[in-house]
Design a protein around this ligand. Structure first.
Ligand SMILES: NC(=O)c1ccc[n+]([C@@H]2O[C@H](COP(=O)([O-])OP(=O)(O)OC[C@H]3O[C@@H](n4cnc5c(N)ncnc54)[C@H](OP(=O)(O)O)[C@@H]3O)[C@@H](O)[C@H]2O)c1
Length: 240
């Protein structure tokens, strides 16, 4: 089984790749940098882990570089995890259009283009594939400074639900994994005080376990989840 995952150099993408590789999946992973942890994983799974250095801010060359030159149109794809994202955080009155456009490219336009070509490949090979988009609890609760970022994830949630409706008939599923705050590089700029305030809004009063999110993604990709589509699955420590 082959899965395409974006953002595998660290954080959630790295953990999800590890978990899928342990379970026998072949992982096609994309990121801009090759971290030490990613390098170790590449050495551990030389045949099963394929890595492409690519800047997902470039949505135009996806078909040629990712699908034709790298994965190859002959390879069936069974899963897609749209995980890579950037966070442009600021209050709305400081909104900068260039920064907003850049974030929409990485967080929305590229995930949509990847979905387009993955579904085409699923149709070509008659694979009943599963697509998982990584969304954020900020869509559902609201945090100061996250309006622009949360809007990109809200766009993905709407896209996912409608994709599920459009392609369910041929067996393609699409879901969003709505993650709460995890301790990764993305959230590392927050102060302890800010983090504690965020954790106080969860029922479990702590950061979300990255492994718990990764295992849920693995479940959604698997056939065990064959009746789940068009849903937002929250892994957020019970955020209110
Ligand atoms: N951390 C949280 O608290 C939290 C909460 C809710 C949802 N999420 C979501 O969870 C997902 C994973 O986040 P994370 O916390 O694991 O973030 P992270 O530690 O910052 O990792 C982000 C990954 O995306 C890749 N990436 C970013 N921009 C890219 C680009 N232009 N081209 C290619 N790769 C790119 C990075 O690789 P390179 O830098 O090597 O390119 C990295 O592997 C994201 O969708 C995020 O929005 C995170």
């Amino acid at each position: 089984m082959n899965v395409l995952i974006t953002g595998i150099s660290k954080g959630l993408g790295l953990k999800t790749s590890e978990s899928l590789l342990r379970n026998g999946w072949t992982v096609y992973g994309i990121s801009r940098s090759k971290t030490e942890e990613l390098n170790e994983l590449l050495l551990q799974y030389p045949d099963k882990l394929k890595w492409l250095q690519y800047d997902l801010g470039d949505a135009e060359k996806i078909r040629q570089i990712i699908f034709k030159d790298w994965i190859g149109l002959d390879t069936p794809i069974h899963g897609l995890v749209n995980n890579a994202a950037m966070a442009y955080d600021d209050i709305v009155t400081n909104l900068n259009l260039d920064s907003l456009e850049k974030m929409y490219r990485v967080n929305v336009f590229t995930p949509m283009m990847l979905t387009k070509f993955v579904i085409r490949q699923m149709l070509l090979h008659h694979t009943k594939g599963s697509i998982v988009h990584i969304s954020s609890i900020s869509v559902h609760t609201g945090y100061k400074g996250l309006s622009m970022y949360a809007s990109t994830k809200g766009a993905l949630e709407a896209f996912s639900k409608n994709t599920a409706r459009e392609w369910g008939e041929v067996g393609v599923r699409s879901n969003c994994l709505v993650a709460g705050f995890m301790e990764t590089e993305m959230s590392s700029s927050l102060s302890d005080n800010q983090k504690n305030r965020i954790y106080q809004r969860t029922s479990l009063k702590k950061p979300v376990d990255v492994n718990s999110v990764a295992e849920t993604i693995k479940f959604l990709l698997s056939d065990k989840a064959n009746s789940i589509t068009g849903q937002n699955i929250h892994v957020d420590n019970g955020t209110i």
